[in-house]
Design a protein around this ligand. Structure first.
Ligand SMILES: Cc1cc2nc3c(=O)[nH]c(=O)nc-3n(C[C@H](O)[C@H](O)[C@H](O)COP(=O)(O)O)c2cc1C
Length: 367
């Protein structure tokens, strides 16, 4: 059996009871980072058991969401978790089973030590893998132990792959969509502490640059502000409509996306908006392939952008765009906005948008 032992993330010191202690905002963010790395590493337990204490449950839920699973609460994993409890929970598992347990210290450290004969110190948010043929003292092998700092470092190199969308954001379709399309959605929760590295940002812009365009005119232009440059970031933020500011201010990068409206002097380019959209679409998918989410915005003041940035008359500022790593921490947002990340994604049926033979004649191959 492959057994994973995860100690809960950083929690608040005080609450109405020990049972009710929640993960702190930093604790949640760190577990999210770890969960993304676990997903990228291909960690796929068949079950996740968690202690019912809130900090442990929250940790397990963040991991389960990243891995597309559910959590089973188990009293055995609460304080006092031991080999007898582990034996009970794994009794019906075959030799190839993979199970994750999310709980507390000192029990997590003790149980790993007992199974493997190795003294270990599990940090908050640390994860140990033990392979064992039997749930007996010294019957297991400590394959690895990942400290939270190592998770952070692994996430840093940004090879964490496509972050899985929460269940409610997955498209309700049987079509075999590409994973990048299946898992794309527009969050309002961004991690304000995780910047987008320069090379990664250049990759996003290259993705736009290599889009197709009418007559290869490449009419798109992007005004870019990175969070690291506080003045420029604040300037771009000032262009957004009020409704977008509370969440977009946490993005790592903001852009104004413009397109040239003319093919040449006095000859309009009817495809200016189309081609910009295509370039942005490529950027969106390139971004998600590196764990970065994109939220586009029509809610901004084009005239203000024009004035602030000196955008020439033959260019149209079409949208603003927010880029960043996602955070499930939405405490800074109003209730209505928080609900957006929890809501399902909906679309009109193909029959409303795919015609054949004439306008509004539903294509017969849709049946
Ligand atoms: C051109 C454009 C303008 C948008 N404007 C805003 C906006 O101003 N504020 C906002 O919160 N979302 C905005 N969105 C995001 C859409 O609401 C979102 O894409 C849509 O609801 C579908 O959700 P999904 O992207 O999660 O599939 C915009 C998206 C696009 C493409």
């Amino acid at each position: 059996m492959r057994l994973y032992f995860l100690r809960h993330g950083i929690a608040e010191d005080l609450a109405s009871s020990d049972f009710a202690r929640e993960l702190t905002a930093r604790g949640k963010r760190r577990v999210e980072t770890s969960a993304a790395v676990m997903q990228a590493l291909g960690i796929r337990p068949q079950r996740i058991y968690s202690s019912p204490r809130l900090r442990s449950r929250q940790t397990a839920e963040i991991v389960a969401q990243a891995l597309g699973m559910d959590v089973d609460l188990a009293e055995s994993v609460n304080f006092g978790f031991d080999l007898a409890g582990l034996r009970r929970l794994s009794a019906d598992c075959g030799p190839d089973a993979e199970i994750m347990f999310v709980g507390h210290n000192p029990d997590m450290s003790y149980i790993v030590s007992e199974l493997t004969g190795v003294t270990v110190a599990m940090k908050k948010g640390g994860l140990a893998r033990v392979d064992a043929n039997a749930v007996e003292a010294d019957a297991g092998e400590l394959v690895w132990l990942i400290a939270p700092k190592v998770f952070d470092a692994l996430a840093e190199d940004e090879q964490t792959g496509i972050p899985p969308a929460p269940a409610q954001k997955l498209p309700d379709t049987d079509a075999g969509l590409h994973e990048l399309i299946r898992h794309r959605w527009s969050p309002v929760g961004f991690d304000r502490e995780r910047p987008i590295k320069r090379d990664t940002l250049l990759g996003l812009l290259e993705a736009a640059r290599w889009a197709a365009s009418s007559s290869n005119l490449q009419p798109w232009r992007f005004i870019v502000a990175r969070r690291e440059d506080e003045t420029e970031f604040a300037k771009l933020l000032s262009v957004l409509r009020e409704g977008n500011v509370p969440w977009a201010q946490h993005a790592a990068v903001l852009m104004v996306a413009c397109s040239r409206k003319f093919r040449q002097e006095n000859v309009p380019n009817r495809h200016a908006g189309h081609d910009l959209g295509l370039a942005v679409g490529q950027m969106v998918l390139q971004a998600l392939s590196q764990g970065i989410y994109v939220h586009q915005m029509g809610g901004f003041f084009p005239d203000k952008a024009r004035e602030l940035y000196g955008i020439p008359d033959d260019f149209e500022p079409f949208t603003c765009i927010a880029f960043g790593y996602r955070s499930a921490e939405l405490g800074h947002l109003a209730e209505a906005q928080r609900g957006r990340d929890a809501s399902a994604r909906e679309r009109h049926p193909l029959s409303e948008m795919v015609f054949s033979g004439g306008w509004a004649q539903v294509a017969d191959f849709l049946d």
